[in-house]
Design a protein around this ligand. Structure first.
Ligand code: SAH
Length: 367
C-alpha cells in the first residue's frame, strides 16, 4: 500500500469514523486479505509454520492418500483422469511433495489452486509450474473427479461472532477508542440470525459461524458428489460445536492482540469440524470421519516412510525424525498431532479413503 493511501489500519479507522463500527467478520476479511497479499507469512523468517513446511513427509502422505484412493476406484481398467485441487496452497510445498508421490504412481492429474494472494501465487508457480489458478471454487473443472486438499485454509476465513447481551443476541463489531480498535456489541438485534435462539445463554456468550467456509464447503462437496472424488481438510479446531471466541492473531511466532495492527498479523479462528462435516454430508457426500492428525498420519504409514527416507539420506536422518515427531506429537494438547484434525469425505460412488475408522464417522469423541 502506498504512503498516500496510508496503512490498512488508517483505512479502517477512516471507514469506522465515517460509517460506524464494522463487524468482526469484515475486520478479519480486510485484515487477512491485506496480510496474505503483502508477504510470505510462512517459515522461520515469517510469522508461522505449517505441517508441509516442517517436513516433506506431510505432503508425501497426503499424496499417497490421493493416489491410493484414485487407483482403488479405477481398478485395473483405464488410466484415471482427475484434478488435484488445493485451497490456499501457501508456498506450494504440500502440492509439490504430494504430486511427486502421485506422479510416481503413474498418475497425471490436472493441478488447480484456489489462491487469493498474488504474492503467494508467484511462489506456488515456482513450486508447481503447471498449476492453474482460480479466485474461487466456482471455476474449478466440472467434468473431472476432484481430489481436494485444504491445510490451514478454513481457519483463515472471516469469522462472524454473535454475542449474548442483556437485550438478546448482537453481532460483535469493531469500533474505535481514540486510535485503538476495540470489540463492541452491535446495535441491531441478531436473534433471528441464530437457528435456535438460546435465550438462556449467559450474557457474554459468543457464538461463531464462518459463512465463507460453509459456502466453499458446500460448493466443493456438491462438485465431488456429482463428479466423483474426495477431500481432506486439515486444521486446528474442535469436533463438537463450541461456544466462545476463538479469534486469535499470530505474529513472528507469537500470539498477539487480534485488534492491534490489522493486516500485519495472521488472524485465525478455530475450525468447527462438525459444521463442515454436516455441510459436506448435506451436499451428498459420504463422511469418512474426523481424526487427529497424528493418528491419521500413523495409519497411513508415516513412520515407515520416515525410516525409508532416513535410510536413503543418512545425513538427513536427524531432521527427518524431528519433523516426524512434530507432525505426530500427541503427548499434550498443544502437540500438532493432537491439536490438528483431519476431516475426510468423498463421493458416494467411490470407496472410502484410507486412514479413517468407522467409529470416527459419527464425529469423534475426543476434544
Ligand atoms: N496450505 C498452506 C498455507 C496455509 S496459509 C500450508 O499448509 O502451508 C493460508 C493460505 O490460504 C494462504 O495461501 C492464503 O493466501 C490462502 N487464503 C487465505 N484466505 C483466502 C481466501 N479468502 N481465498 C483464497 N485463498 C485464501
Amino acid at each position: 500500500m502506498s504512503a498516500r493511501e496510508g496503512t490498512l489500519a488508517d483505512l479502517l479507522r477512516r471507514l469506522i469514523r465515517t460509517s460506524g463500527p464494522i463487524s468482526v467478520a469484515q475486520y478479519m476479511a480486510h485484515a487477512n486479505a491485506h496480510y496474505y497479499a503483502t508477504r510470505d507469512p510462512l517459515g522461520r523468517a515469517g510469522d508461522f509454520i505449517t505441517a508441509p513446511e516442517i517436513s516433506q513427509l506431510f505432503g508425501e502422505m497426503l499424496g499417497g492418500w490421493v493416489a491410493d484412493l484414485v487407483l482403488r476406484t479405477a481398478g485395473a481398467t483405464a488410466i484415471p483422469r482427475f484434478a488435484y485441487v488445493e485451497l490456499g496452497p501457501g508456498r506450494g510445498t504440500l502440492a509439490r511433495d504430494a504430486l511427486r508421490v502421485i506422479r510416481t504412481a503413474h498418475l497425471a492429474p490436472e493441478v488447480h489452486f484456489i489462491e487469493g494472494s498474488p504474492q503467494l501465487r508467484k511462489l506456488q508457480t515456482q513450486a508447481v509450474p503447471d498449476a492453474i489458478f482460480h479466485d474461487s471454487t466456482a471455476t474449478l473443472p466440472d467434468n473431472l473427479p476432484l481430489l481436494i486438499i485444504a491445510n490451514e485454509f478454513f481457519d483463515a476465513l472471516a469469522v462472524r461472532q454473535l454475542v449474548r447481551t442483556q437485550d438478546g443476541w448482537r453481532e460483535r463489531m469493531v469500533a474505535l477508542e481514540e486510535e485503538r480498535f476495540i470489540p463492541v456489541e452491535g446495535e441491531q438485534p441478531m436473534d433471528a440470525a441464530l437457528a435456535s435462539v438460546q435465550t438462556d445463554a449467559p450474557v457474554g456468550t459468543i457464538i461463531e459461524t464462518v459463512p465463507a467456509a460453509a459456502a466453499i464447503m458446500q460448493d466443493v462437496a456438491m462438485a465431488i458428489a456429482r463428479q466423483g472424488g474426495a477431500m481432506l481438510t486439515v486444521d486446528y479446531g474442535y469436533v463438537q460445536t463450541r461456544i466462545g471466541s476463538t479469534l486469535q492473531a499470530v505474529r513472528n511466532h507469537r500470539m498477539v492482540d487480534p485488534f492491534f495492527d490489522p493486516g500485519n498479523a495472521d488472524l485465525t479462528a478455530h475450525v468447527d469440524f462438525a459444521s463442515l462435516a454436516n455441510v459436506a454430508q448435506d451436499a451428498g457426500c459420504v463422511l469418512y470421519g474426523t481424526v487427529q492428525q497424528g493418528v491419521f498420519l500413523n495409519r497411513l504409514g508415516i513412520k515407515e516412510r520416515a525410516h525409508a527416507l532416513a535410510a536413503a539420506n543418512p545425513g538427513q536422518a536427524k531432521s527427518v525424525f524431528s519433523g516426524l515427531e512434530r507432525l505426530v506429537d500427541a503427548r499434550d494438547r498443544q502437540g500438532m498431532g493432537r491439536l490438528f484434525k483431519v476431516l475426510g469425505f468423498g463421493s458416494p460412488q467411490w470407496p472410502p479413503g484410507a486412514g479413517f475408522s468407522p467409529e470416527e464417522n459419527a464425529g469423534g469423541t475426543f476434544a
